[in-house]
Design a protein. Sequence first.
Length: 225
Amino acid sequence: MTPTPTATLVARDWAEIQERMLVPLYEAVYDRLEVGPGDRLLGLDCGAGLPLLLAAGRGAVATGVEADPARRALARERLLEVLAAPPSAPRPYDALLAFSPTSAQLAAALPAVRRGGAVVLADWGPAERCTVPAVLGGGPSPRDLDALVERAGLTPDGSGRVFCPFGYADVDSAVRGLVSTGLYDGAADPALAEKELAEALHPFERSDGAVWLPNIFRYVIARTG
């Protein structure tokens, strides 16, 4: 499937503006798992591939799964191995990293993780600590990650919280970055949604025009049986 021009622009906004906002989360998880040379990592919904690049920078072999063809194309421009669906090869990976997966997505990816391998799930933290969903109305309430771990038959092995502020040069960049997340895809009138989002962002502007949106993300680590 060839991405539409609009899809390509949105994917580039994700790659150029938004995906770096989650670097503190990725780094905290990789530190916790002590990701390093020889480790094999599978990143579910890897976007344009930044989490894979960070893992590769630590010496790991990182493969991504990304359903969106425009983001997948950008990841491949970075010479990354990114698949449209989880690999069929059984249990070659030491760790799976997934942001806000559904039960079905998780179930499809788990066979690729070796026995005793790590499964890291992440999502928004408490609503009162997250500017984007709580104040700007972006997306649903955080998933119950512990319940997701239990339903998947995984063994809990720790959790943590990470401060991931979303910082932008100006309101226009903030709107483009936030729209690229897909949190506002359900709007009946996208142009009106962007206008309302820009207005909602004004209280978070600094004197230099930059926009600062504090957020806390939570991750849980579990192990396969």
